[in-house]
Design a protein around this ligand. Sequence first.
Ligand code: ZN
Length: 358
Amino acid sequence: MNRHWLPGLVDTHSHSFHRALRGCTTGEDFWSWRTRMYALVERLDPDSLLALATAAFGEMVLAGITTVHEFHYLHHPDGMDDAVCEAARRAGIRLVLLDTCYLRAGFDATELTPVQRRFSDGDVEQWATRAEKVAATNPDVVVGAAIHSVRAVDPASMEFVASWARARDVPLHLHLSEQPAENDACMTATGRTPTRLAHDHGVLGPLTTAVHCTHVTADDIALLGGTGTTVCLCPTTERDLADGIGPAAALVQAGCGLRVGTDSHAVVDLFEEARAIELDERLATGRRGLHQPDDLLAAATGMVDRIAVDLDSVRLAGYDADDPVPMIVAAATAADVTDVHVSVDVAAELHAAISALR
Ligand SMILES: [Zn+2]
């Protein structure tokens, strides 16, 4: 077999439990999809989350993903955090657990629904206490921080979470401008865009990754680039949820680092995410060549581990032996990843875990 070796793929934005919603065709927009997701949350407990996350992480390993940044907000009942850490151990994937702060239902601070109370620690001090306990009991896991969104965390608490992450020199992530409705609500409540609000409360910077950035203004793009914030786009999820197409080229040009993530696990294939950055933007702009293949591959890879792509795959026939990367970015799929090993029967365990939740 002819192989092309690459650094391990890095999934910069994942919610592994969303895997149980793949193929869900109900709902006409993001918000009705979210209602379905909340119904799933109600059924999950530490045991079922462990089974589901282990199998979902197993699918990622088979796809060549060796590190996952899990944006984890499902903290309650007790045991959910440790279940995700244990799932990563069982599947053999490096875990960066982005312990997510979620405190309110929206800008008007309406009371949390029963489902949303599973995400909340009550206040930001209790969030930090719990996150520090997760880090202490799981020393093999990098525990970073996440602000769920500017709608779910008030400005003072955002500042607290950002300081907490900086003091520990760990990553800080947040969902940003995925939906026009979030922008509108933020403008109405604060007179600022979500990016401007996050910036004014010290959230942006080189340790920060802003996820989606689908609906950002020229001023937002300048703020993100100027602060050296990394952006993570999740094109297959953004397609699936009818979010829109983020301005990746403008963000990179402004100075942002670029990453990709599987987010809702609509598809688990970082080659597809990487090429979608370019292809979706072609559809939006009518222009080709906004991103180079090496840059797209770099958005999906890290610096540790090693995976191989099978160059004898029918999809890659005709590759340039001197530089197979353009062909890999154009046409490789997760199924072309070889030489990865996972000790669980991924398809059977995924099927069992998801069926048990239906
Ligand atoms: Zn997400």
